[in-house]
Design a protein around this ligand. Structure first.
Ligand code: UDX
Length: 459
């Protein structure tokens, strides 16, 4: 075990950068590296490459402290560190399986450039047995003088709360094959636990209180199963919401009452337009593929993906039943990011909805507090068809309806009474059930939610 290890973080994306800055905040020396030179230079210059609450401030303090630096390349980060966290992307292959090429490429680099004993920690979400394959590959290619141990430490960071999730973990899962790997990782995380205990309880509980110590494969499955279950809860409640729409029940009350059962829990029961992001959509497909490759019926998980990929249909149906014809209409879309608190639009449910509207001959006025620049890369401005606005109020002007697609707190502050008369038609479709239907109706709008069949006409 290294007494005062230098930590390398390979891959400075939504997982790697919060993790690197978190470890440096805990007092460890951290070397970050990313093979995207522009991103590495940006971070070295003190500019966070994406929006995440608190990230820019933590980057500033980490660089000032001297405990965080960005290596010129991945090789030098490997050579100058003891514990190497692999945080590279695992995008989706055509067949839904995880593309592990970045993991394998990093494994080869570590084997080739290991100049001392190393502990390699897989933090990226990977298919079960990847760590074992990584270990075998590195054993085959490494310099025989050095020992390379492998562990799995999956991340449970949510975008928008990544730093909070790092500093206040529900659990820290460690898949290990040696006592030294276990002790090393418990040591690396222990300042976090003692800090949290002192602040929250004043009693320093046993160091392992938050740790789940297990083997490599189990640690990988824990991650995939956790994400797949979260996705399942969301598609479950969305299906129930569609039933509520048909029978005139209120999904918000249904979810509230369900969540009172501790076996169900209140989280992840918000009906809407489904789950997006770089994780849930691809992780449940990768998990499905893993099961199917072993001949296991993964129908339940395939259904979760299928429900999620068709969420734009009920939204279009609501528009068709609320407007006399869609062609030539204009709609304001409030929210482009896949969730509030991030500028990330990867797999955002807003994309298929907006494309579906345009296919129906509808022009769109787009707004998002953070994600407009990212969204413009996938959907450039087209005069008269796709327009971007700096405020929700400006976006709503002259439109036939408003769709709330991402539940940014900012939208709760909009004075609907003031914008009603600037619109051609006061219709608001709340795709995230974030507003109070009565307030919307009192402002003179027709309110339509998801699983909240209030098709009230303005008073
Ligand atoms: C997820 C997991 O939560 C996290 O543990 C893992 O490490 C990475 O993947 P993330 O994708 O960042 O995190 O965001 P999350 O808060 O899980 O939301 C994912 C999607 O589900 C978003 O599009 C969100 O709008 C949607 N969602 C979430 C719902 O539609 N309903 C809900 O009740 C909760």
């Amino acid at each position: 075990m290294f007494e005062n290890p230098t930590i390398a973080i390979l891959g400075l994306g939504h997982v790697g950068l919060p993790t690197a800055l978190g470890f440096s905040e805990l007092g460890w020396r951290v070397i970050g590296a990313d093979d995207l030179r522009e991103k590495a230079n940006q971070i070295r210059a003190g500019v966070a490459p994406f929006y995440e609450p608190g990230l820019q401030d933590l980057l500033n303090s980490a660089l000032r402290s001297g405990r965080f630096e960005v290596a010129l390349n991945v090789q030098s980060a490997i050579e100058n560190s003891d514990v190497i966290f692999v945080c590279v992307g695992t995008p989706q292959n055509e067949d839904g399986s995880a593309d592990l090429s970045q993991i394998e490429a990093v494994g080869r680099l570590i084997a080739e450039h290991a100049n001392s004993n190393k502990l390699v920690v897989e933090k990226s979400t990977t298919s079960v047995s990847t760590a074992k394959r990584l270990k075998d590959m590195m054993e085959k290619h490494k310099n025989l003088n050095w020992n390379i141990d492998v562990a799995v430490n999956p991340e449970f960071l949510r975008e928008g709360t990544g730093l909070k999730d790092f500093f206040e973990p529900d659990r820290i899962v460690l898949g290990i094959e040696s006592d030294s790997a276990r002790d090393q990782l418990v040591t690396i995380y222990s300042p976090l636990l003692s800090k949290m205990d002192n602040e929250n309880t004043g009693v320093v509980t046993h160091r392992n209180a938050k740790f789940v110590i297990t083997d490599l494969n189990t640690a990988e499955i824990i991650k995939h199963a956790s994400n797949s279950f979260l996705a399942t809860k969301i598609s479950f409640i969305n299906t129930v919401a569609d039933i509520c729409d048909k029978v005139g029940a209120d999904i918000v009350k249904v979810a509230e009452a369900m969540g009172m059962d501790p076996r169900i829990g209140p989280s992840f029961l918000n009906a809407g337009i489904g789950f997006g992001g770089y994780c849930l959509p691809k992780d449940i497909k990768a998990f499905s593929k893993i099961g199917e490759d072993f001949g296991i019926d993964m129908g339940i998980f395939r259904a979760v993906s299928s429900v999620n990929e068709n969420r734009f249909i009920p939204v279009l149906d609501k528009l068709k039943s609320s407007l006399s014809g869609l062609n030539g209409k204009c709609g304001a879309i409030w929210g482009l990011a896949f969730k509030p608190g991030t500028d990330d639009i990867r797999e955002s449910p807003c994309v298929p909805i907006i494309k579906g509207l345009i296919d129906q001959g509808i022009s769109v006025h787009l707004h998002d507090p953070e994600a407009i620049n990212q969204f413009k890369k996938v959907m450039p401005r087209k005069p008269g068809l796709v327009e971007y606005f700096d405020s929700p109020e400006q976006a709503a002007k002259g439109t036939d309806f408003i769709l709330i697609t991402t539940e940014w707190q900012q939208y709760l502050q909009v004075n609907l009474s003031n914008i009603r008369d600037t619109m051609s038609n006061p219709l608001l479709i709340d795709c995230r059930n974030m507003l109070n239907p009565t307030h919307v109706r009192d402002a003179g709008f027709q309110y339509v939610g998801i699983g909240r069949p209030f098709l009230d006409k303005p008073q």
